[in-house]
Write a protein that binds this ligand. Structure first.
Ligand code: SF4
Ligand code: SF4
Ligand code: SF4
Length: 282
């Protein structure tokens, strides 16, 4: 539906975490009234109705995803099953009841526990500023198949991390210091010279916006799906154990907690068969 410039400008001033829902609501209400264009008046009316009914929308948690499942070509991982599992974990945590007991007065969106999943390191769902942020990655490696030196991997890499070999047949060199494990080069290689070594998830904890914004602490290494679920469950238990009066997870999770969790949750590292705590992996 068409929006006037004033209507778009007004929408931009709505808090980002409810903006998408406000947009959908405004269009739904405008359509119901037979309108084909959204003006400032429609935004103001819908916004007032939406915010006054805020508490009715609150369920204690939010799980945000990126547009990967809609067919984004950058998708490194199919995260659908992980998202379903996370949803079940969040549903069974009874966060609404917990917040209702803890928070004096009305519940607000900022009280909710927030998880975001992104299907590649572009991180469109902003996992860096959520209580738990999860980013799908695909780690590249060179395989035995000869390279045709077509250059597709180099051209695909947004980080400039791929350097072609001088000699025919030799695989390209990947600069691991630059590589973000998006897997785009693997998907473009026609010969199989570049392959996926393994895939998994980066996990960030305790990111926030607000008066004292901070990116989440990233646990070292890359995690399998089961481990991500365990970390999310642990984060929920930590939140319910420690949060009083509506304190956010991100206010409770600091340097000390990060150091402790980094010892307890050891992700697979770039080095391959070892985890971030020095242990061996199969
Ligand atoms: S995070 Fe990656 S896969 Fe998801 S929408 Fe953004 S670019 Fe696409
Ligand atoms: S996986 Fe690494 S080398 Fe390959 S395209 Fe992504 S950033 Fe570049
Ligand atoms: S590794 Fe694959 S994509 Fe890259 S230059 Fe060789 S054949 Fe082309």
């Amino acid at each position: 539906m068409e929006w006037t410039a004033e209507a778009e400008a007004a929408l931009k001033r709505v808090p980002f975490f409810v903006r998408r829902r406000v947009r959908a609501r405004v269009e739904e209400e405008a359509r119901a009234e037979g309108k084909r264009r959204v003006t400032l008046a429609e935004v103001r009316a819908a916004q007032a109705r939406f915010l006054s009914g805020e508490e009715a929308e609150i369920r204690g948690w939010r799980l945000e995803t990126c547009f990967g499942p809609g067919g984004c070509p950058h998708r490194a991982l199919m995260t659908d099953r992980l998202v379903e599992r996370l949803e079940r974990v969040l549903q069974t945590a009874q966060l609404y009841d917990f917040l209702r007991r803890e928070v004096q007065g009305g519940l607000r969106f900022h009280h909710e526990f927030r998880v975001a999943v992104a299907d590649c390191p572009n991180a469109c769902s902003q996992p860096q500023i959520r209580d738990v942020g999860i980013i799908g990655v695909r780690v590249p490696e060179t395989a035995a198949e000869p390279c045709s030196r077509c250059g597709a991997c180099r051209d695909a890499c947004p980080e400039g991390a791929v350097r072609l070999a001088e000699a025919d047949g030799r695989p390209p060199v990947i600069d691991l210091g630059r590589c973000l494990n998006c897997g785009l080069c693997v998907g473009r290689c026609p010969t199989g010279t570049l392959a996926e070594a393994w895939n998994g998830y980066r996990v960030l904890l305790g990111g926030r916006l607000g008066r004292h914004p901070r990116l989440g602490f990233e646990l070292p290494g890359i995690f399998e799906e089961d481990r991500v679920i365990e970390i999310a469950q642990e984060a929920l238990e930590f939140f319910k154990r420690r949060s009083r009066g509506g304190e956010r997870f991100a206010r409770l999770f600091g340097e000390r907690e990060f150091a402790d969790w980094s010892r307890r949750f050891c992700g697979r590292t770039e080095a391959g068969g070892r985890d971030s705590c020095g242990g061996s992996l199969p």
